[in-house]
Design a protein around this ligand. Structure first.
Ligand code: C2E
Ligand code: CA
Ligand code: CA
Ligand code: CA
Length: 280
């Protein structure tokens, strides 16, 4: 028994070492990824549940690694946050999305509001990249309303003056603010009145097992009612079945996002979906 215990601890140490090595090599590769243009954005439609129309999409980053293939943002965003590289990556994401909105306006005469995920690290740094972004928008002749930023409750939990003033700066130029993964964090409802929040995004974990008479449905209904009383719109994440969609629509949910409607798409596929087809 002693022996096997020793083996086990040895096994764990090796496993931990290889996790650490893996992170280190990913971290090195991340630096090259920006310079070598290995990132791209995909766009997932956000569908108005009443009409099936699409005026919004969430931009999600993808990393095409030269050897590893596609690396999930869930795996590399935390590493980029630790190394601080998320600042430059976030800057790239914003500029890429802004150029895309500009292109779509020219090509189709229609504005799609793009939601961008912002890491708390971007807010907490003293960098003022957002001011450069506002300049970039001016140059492109785009209004702030073409964008929404998605933040999480953890950012608001310990919001310093810097964070509050950055959030206000986004609001002042007309960018909208969405609270992502709503219901999973500390969910202090006071955030909703303290900050200028335009949307809550009900987390997938509430949508996954939606059924008539389920407690998840009761929770969704309560979140929707509360948001609406405060003038906040609701987006449900992870909608995969028509039953989920129908329950959410009946509950008054404004928007849905999920594989039922579409996976995140390349720009070409997104254009095909939005301009050549109706979802209902
Ligand atoms: P998130 O912001 O909560 O994004 C939603 C995730 O759910 C996306 O995963 C999306 O592809 C996935 N999803 C969409 N519909 C469905 C569905 O019907 N069922 C299921 N099971 N999943 C669905 P993805 O693209 O892998 O992104 C994972 C996370 O990585 C995001 O979660 C976000 O936190 C982060 N992330 C992605 N892009 C960026 C970015 O540009 N910047 C930052 N800071 N974070 C990003
Ligand atoms: Ca998001
Ligand atoms: Ca606002
Ligand atoms: Ca989410």
């Amino acid at each position: 028994a002693k022996n096997s215990g020793r083996n086990r601890s040895c096994y764990y140490t090796q496993a931990m070492q290889s996790v650490a090595q893996n992170r280190m090599s990913l971290s090195n590769d991340l630096h090259k990824a920006l310079a070598q243009d290995q990132f791209r954005l995909v766009y997932q439609p956000i569908v108005e549940l009443e009409t099936g129309s699409i005026h919004k999409a969430e931009a999600l980053i993808r990393w095409q690694h030269p050897n590893r293939g596609l690396v999930s943002p869930a795996d590399f965003i935390p590493i980029a946050e630790q190394s601080g590289l998320i600042i430059q990556i976030g800057d790239w994401v914003f500029r890429q999305a802004a150029n895309q909105v500009k292109h779509w306006r020219g090509a189709y005469g229609k504005d799609i509001q793009i939601s961008i995920n912002k890491s708390p690290v971007q807010f907490k740094s003293d960098s003022n990249t957002h001011l450069a972004w506002f300049e970039h928008l001016k140059e492109l002749d785009l209004s702030g309303g073409c964008f929404a930023i998605e933040i999480t409750e953890s950012l608001l939990m310990d919001a310093s003056d810097t964070i509050v003033s950055k959030l206000m700066a986004f609001g002042n130029i007309g960018m909208q603010v969405a609270l992502d993964d709503f219901g999973t964090g500390y969910s202090s409802l006071s955030y909703l009145k303290k900050f200028d929040i335009d949307y809550i995004k009900i987390d997938q974990s509430f949508v996954r097992n939606l059924a008539p008479d389920s407690s998840d449905l009761a929770l969704c209904e309560a979140m929707i009612m509360m948001a609406h009383k405060l003038g906040i719109k609701v987006i449900a994440e992870g909608v995969e079945t028509s039953e989920q969609r129908d329950l959410l629509r009946t509950a008054g949910c404004d928007y849905g996002q999920g594989y039922l409607f579409s996976r995140p798409l390349s720009t070409e596929d997104f254009e095909g979906l939005v301009w050549n087809a109706s979802l209902y």
